[in-house]
Design a protein around this ligand. Structure first.
Ligand code: T1G
Length: 653
């Protein structure tokens, strides 16, 4: 076994056939930390000087090549050498450097590979420059070298969207040179030897053809339209579109832009979301608790929500047994689910074998007893307490005592449902967001009696369903709907105080929401909230401010877009400010002797933010939410809160 040279704690190398094979070993994702950069720098100096070394291969240990720069170092004093220093040394080396991508090469990882003379990858490798998703731009040459390698339009698509490309696409784009069938490092050594003495392939020395403005607009138009006030995507477009400049000039502009964006509030917000997503599934008290095995999932109620959950479960590899009230309803549910699978097949999201495999794991029935094999049953039936309690009591007689029962209820108290069953410790809430096969967010509701391993199972299943699980305690509306209710209440207070629906909606869209609250309200329909307000009327605290405007609208038959009128009018389907609504609002103000005043966009958005943050603080104080980041994740992933503002708790911090 050839001897190993250690250049730093995370960088070691062996020499094989005159090629220095450098391995980056910096768990968990080989981020280019200061130690990685220092070790690479020393290895390159050694390779340049050593007569016996003819070339260099750089590869990663584990399942990632390099997951990117070490974002935990952001905001701390820079430690030399910087990543651009290392990358410049790679490109300047007099001997060929080969990147052997054993896994994902993202951000700085791809930038390092781009400076190598040859890039080969394992079939599982992925490449991407996802920096815009962190509110920054590539800061180590990506916006300058990638367009030189694959042209401006293709580079724009990857950099401005931050999307990840699989190995085959990367090969066809020209980012990768080879996907060897043989051992990756052996093939890389072979490539290094082939390139020894050949004319060097230096990406930085390629010239990027000047970009055609129509190409730029085509490649970036959609992305910028979705940016909704974010700076990074537009800066990424600017840098890539001007990559025909001399390399040094482009690199200097890119680095300065990266440093400015890296220290921005927007980037801090997106890093907050990035780390919050990874914190959310670390639940106190579950360390060392194993999840129960789940192979077969029962789904009760095969309507829109149940079918969406079934699609997610089938895609995750589970067997699904769907139950509905009658065989006819069950068959209709089966049709609905297969229809969704066929849409996935038609769109290319599923290939034929995947479609057949998933369809073969779907069963439907109207007989409770057929749910006996289920390890987990999720109910998505009508949101009525008696209906759910009756169902869980029936299921108690059918499924094994260790099978888990999950309620998808949005507003009912899962503790009441659990209390009605024989084994309340096996009950938890899995609150999906509709459409359940699209929305990532999943509130995992820890009921009073939920056993730890049942909660751990909920989290494990959520991850397998490719959901973003956030644990919540039991309160009306859990985290998301409770905050949304506070946000809606504040909006109605603002109406009484002098603002109009469209003014509030414009302020929220200006802040970064994709749609204003009242427009969303009209789309969802006003009747469900009206029914809930009527249910609560008898027990409403008279000392609490209550706004009756929404009730007046509903009483006037203004139930939202479907009824043609709601907070807005919809002549020929177009959302339009309606003077009738303004008159209703003015009447309600007069009843309370309120003298209306005008509000600026900022005042409106700050009042709405404050209402959400105040409710969030209450959820933390009550132990319903474990950490502010969890609340931010729910509002960003379930309610359209702009991720580049970090969520209500971050935004008000
Ligand atoms: N820096 C520091 N820590 C990171 C990290 C990074 N770049 N990426 C992940 N981690 C941590 C993460 O917080 C978690 O920590 C653990 O690694 C496992 O992560 C100069 C400036 C690589 C696809 O945006 O997309 O390069 O919770 O659960 O599911 O131009 O991590 O264990 O304590 O996500 O296997 C650009 C971000 C950076 C990619 C692996 N790169 N990472 O997924 O693991 S900016 C990115 C990912 C940049 C340059 C610029 C994924 C992954 P803990 P994980 P995974």
């Amino acid at each position: 076994m050839s001897d190993v040279t250690t250049f730093s704690a995370t960088i070691s190398a062996t020499t094989r056939n005159g090629i220095l094979v450098v391995t980056i070993d910096n768990a968990p994702v080989n981020a280019t930390s200061a130690d990685v950069r220092s070790g690479l720098d020393k290895a390159l100096v050694h390779a340049e000087a050593a007569i016996g070394i003819k070339g260099v291969v750089i590869t990663g240990a584990g399942k990632t090549f390099i997951g990117g720069a070490d974002i935990t170092e952001f905001g701390k004093p820079a430690i030399e050498p910087t990543l651009p220093d290392v990358i410049e040394k790679i490109e300047a080396l007099s001997k060929p450097v080969i990147a052997a991508l054993n896994g994902a090469a993202l951000g700085g990882g791809l930038e390092l590979a781009l400076a190598c003379q040859y890039r080969i990858a394992s079939p599982s490798a992925q490449v991407g420059l996802p920096e815009v998703k962190l509110g920054i731009v590539p800061g180590a040459g990506g916006t300058q070298r990638l367009p030189r390698l694959i042209g401006v339009p293709a580079a724009l698509d990857l950099i401005a969207s931050g999307r990840i490309a699989k190995a085959a696409e990367a090969l066809s784009l020209g980012i990768l040179d080879e996907l060897p069938e043989t051992d990756l490092v052996d093939a890389a050594i072979e490539a290094a030897r082939r390139l020894t003495g050949a004319s060097p392939r230096k990406t930085g020395e390629l010239t990027a053809a000047p970009a055609d403005p129509t190409e730029i607009d085509k490649a970036s138009g959609k992305i910028l339209a979705k940016a909704r006030g974010q700076k990074a995507p537009a800066e990424a477009v600017r840098l890539v579109a001007s990559s025909h400049r001399p390399l040094a000039e482009g690199l200097a502009d890119e680095r300065a832009t990266f440093l400015t964006l890296r220290d921005s509030r927007e980037a801090a917000a997106l890093r907050h979301i990035f780390f919050a997503e990874r914190e959310a599934s670390k639940v106190a008290g579950l360390e060392g608790i194993d999840a129960r095995p789940v192979v077969t999932i029962g789904i009760c109620g095969l309507g829109l929500m149940g079918s969406g959950i079934a699609i997610a479960a089938l895609a995750a590899g589970y067997t699904v047994i769907g139950l509905d009230q009658t065989q006819e309803a069950a068959e209709k549910g089966h049709e609905r689910i297969v229809g969704l699978l066929e849409r996935n097949l038609a769109s290319g999201r599923l290939d034929r074998s995947g479609f057949d495999a998933q369809k073969s794991r779907l069963f439907v029935t109207a007989t409770d007893a057929n749910l006996a094999p289920c390890d987990l049953v999720i109910e998505a039936v009508f949101d009525d307490l008696d209906v759910k309690i009756d169902l869980f009591r029936r299921l108690d007689k059918v499924v094994r005592p260790d099978a888990i029962l999950a309620t998808n209820t949005s507003y009912l108290n899962p503790d009441e449902i659990a209390a009605a069953t024989a084994h309340p410790e096996r009950v938890l809430g899995l609150h999906f967001f509709s459409p359940a096969h699209v929305m990532r967010l999943l509130e995992v509701v820890r009921c009073e009696k939920t056993a730890p391993d049942v909660l751990a199972t909920g989290l494990t299943v959520a991850k397998k369903l490719k959901k973003l699980p956030v644990v919540t305690g039991v309160t009306e509306g859990f985290i998301g709907n409770r905050i949304f209710s506070a946000y809606r209440r504040e909006a109605e207070f603002l109406l009484e105080d002098g603002a109009l629906p469209h003014e509030i909606d414009v302020a929220l869209e200006n802040y970064g929401f994709p749609m204003g609250l009242f427009a969303v309200y009209d789309m969802a329909g006003l009747e469900i909230a009206w029914a809930r307000r009527k249910r609560q009327a008898a027990t409403r605290d008279p000392s609490q401010r209550y706004v009756e405007i929404a009730d007046r609208l509903c009483e006037a038959g203004r139930l939202g877009q479907k009824s043609g009128r709601g907070w807005y009018a919809y002549p020929d389907g177009k959302r339009t400010v309606d003077p009738e609504v303004t008159a209703i609002i003015e009447t309600e103000r007069a009843k309370k002797h309120i003298t209306p005043r005008s509000f600026s966009k900022d005042e409106i958005s700050q009042r709405m933010l404050q209402a959400m943050a105040t409710e969030g603080e209450a959820l933390l104080a009550e132990g319903i939410a474990a950490r502010p980041g969890d609340i931010d994740l729910v509002m960003v992933n379930g309610y359209g809160f702009p991720a580049h503002k970090g969520g209500p708790m971050f935004a008000k911090s």
